[in-house]
Design a protein around this ligand. Structure first.
Ligand SMILES: [Fe+2]
Length: 300
């Protein structure tokens, strides 16, 4: 990319391409509470041309891929669907059946500024500092074949999914509704089961449906289940993720899982702030104690 192109991109806003009042209102009122559409200009950015992405993929150490028709309802456990090699999946992208994720794109010198730019714009849009409460942040590129699906799942990060090339439909489900995401499913997720959220056909009609095309982005709050169906062309999306200091919420669920394993019925998260706080602190304390014990044993 030449200097002129770099400056052109630097001069753009990442989250508010159209500078619309509607976008600003959504960020302010719905951020991490409800999903919403926003606008961006990344589709005009030469860094997201297919050739530039191919070169980036060769530089990046972390990339994952599937080949084959991954179903919506089986989560990430579709082990039979792995391709022979990453290059194979990349070359067959247009043919169909490939799903590729390039992890930690922000660690590449040419793309890194986008993540910090995204965070500072987000802070402006939500009228508060977020940096002090962010545990981790990351940026991934998702490349998928025409007609490909991304399985139903939940994430521990909030997501700003920016559609760069091709079209797709993103279905988002209400993660606060326990008939959609049960207490036990959420507990299992925070305990490490990435496929813990179970797809139920009967919830499909109450899901939000977002038609994504280049220039359109969708915000998905933490643990709101979602799945994706691609249109007739190759789809490229940039996923910008922020994980807030949610260890308290995660630890309350982990504590509830332990209580359930002991044969008891834990009080659901959110019913009592005092009990939630005690459980979270107790679980965090036990983890810290176990961590220190392991360190002492290693030294001994
Ligand atoms: Fe996701």
């Amino acid at each position: 990319m030449n200097e002129c192109e770099v400056n052109k991109v630097r001069g753009t806003h990442l989250f508010t391409a159209n500078e619309t009042e509607a976008d600003r209102k959504c960020f302010l009122e719905k951020f991490n509470l409800l999903p919403f559409i926003f606008h961006h200009k990344l589709s005009n950015d030469p860094r997201f041309e297919l050739d530039a992405i191919r070169n980036l993929a060769l530089r990046l150490p972390q990339k994952f891929f599937f080949s084959g028709d991954v179903g919506v309802a089986k989560g990430w456990t579709q082990t039979g669907a792995r391709s022979s090699s990453f290059e194979d999946a990349l070359n067959k992208l247009a043919e169909g059946g490939s799903w590729i994720i390039l992890k930690k794109v922000h660690e590449d010198a040419q793309y890194g500024t986008l993540l910090s730019q995204g965070l500072s714009e987000l802070e402006e849009l939500v009228h508060r500092r977020l940096e002090p409460v962010i545990e981790s942040r990351t940026m991934s590129l998702i490349l998928s074949s025409p007609g490909q699906s991304t399985p139903y799942h939940i994430d521990g990060d909030c997501n700003f999914l920016c559609q760069v090339r091709g079209d797709k439909t993103l279905f988002v489900f209400d993660g606060r509704d326990r008939s959609v995401l049960s207490e036990v499913e959420e507990e299992n997720f925070w305990a490490g089961d990435l496929s813990a959220a179970k797809y139920r056909e009967e919830n499909q009609r109450s899901a939000w449906s977002f038609e994504m095309k280049p220039g359109i982005g969708v915000h998905v709050p933490v643990i709101f289940p979602h799945w994706v169906k691609n249109g007739p062309a190759i789809s490229i999306s940039l996923s910008i993720n922020f994980r807030f200091l949610s260890y308290m919420r995660a630890d309350i669920h982990r504590a509830n899982r332990l209580i359930r394993k002991m044969g008891l019925s834990p009080r659901p998260v959110g019913k009592s702030k005092v009990i939630d706080s005690l459980k979270g602190k107790a679980f965090f304390g036990v983890q810290m104690f176990a961590h220190k014990l392991r360190k002492l044993r290693t030294r001994a």
